[in-house]
Design a protein around this ligand. Structure first.
Ligand SMILES: [Zn+2]
Length: 53
């Protein structure tokens, strides 16, 4: 699970989003993000991550 911000692989699980999605926190830049399920209709480059920081 790579960080969408700094591309670091040093991310750790950090609880769950309120919708039940796994939430991660990057140990390098402290960015928090969730892994989204790819939507069939969405075709933009933001698929896969939702950055919180
Ligand atoms: Zn990072």
């Amino acid at each position: 699970m790579g960080c969408p911000k700094c591309k670091s692989e040093h991310s750790v699980k950090n609880g769950h989003h309120h919708h039940g999605k796994q939430r991660y926190k990057c140990k390098d830049c402290k960015c928090q993000f969730t892994q989204e399920q790819p939507a069939e209709k969405a075709q933009n480059s933001n698929i896969g991550h939702f950055t919180i920081c």
